[in-house]
Design a binder for this molecule. Structure first.
Ligand code: FES
Length: 68
């Protein structure tokens, strides 16, 4: 699905960019151009960063629980 209509950026592209190491909205803006025009997609684009951070925290917590 298109997240950023202005720049034709899809959710798949954002997920791949986050998986490759993008960790801020600025990273996504620099690499994909998302949220650099009207800004309507800013919250949705940022949600992919939040989801990834939560997923990484879960992985860390699971690792801590396993080691204890
Ligand atoms: S929809 Fe992304 S900048 Fe306009």
């Amino acid at each position: 699905m298109f997240v950023c209509i202005c720049n034709a950026v899809t959710d798949h592209q954002i997920k791949e960019t986050v998986a490759a190491g993008a960790s801020t909205l600025g990273d996504l803006q620099a690499q994909l151009g998302v949220a650099t025009c009207c800004g309507c997609c800013t919250d949705l684009a940022s949600s992919f960063l939040t989801a990834n951070n939560a997923q990484q925290s879960g992985t860390v917590n699971a690792a801590i629980n396993v080691s204890n």
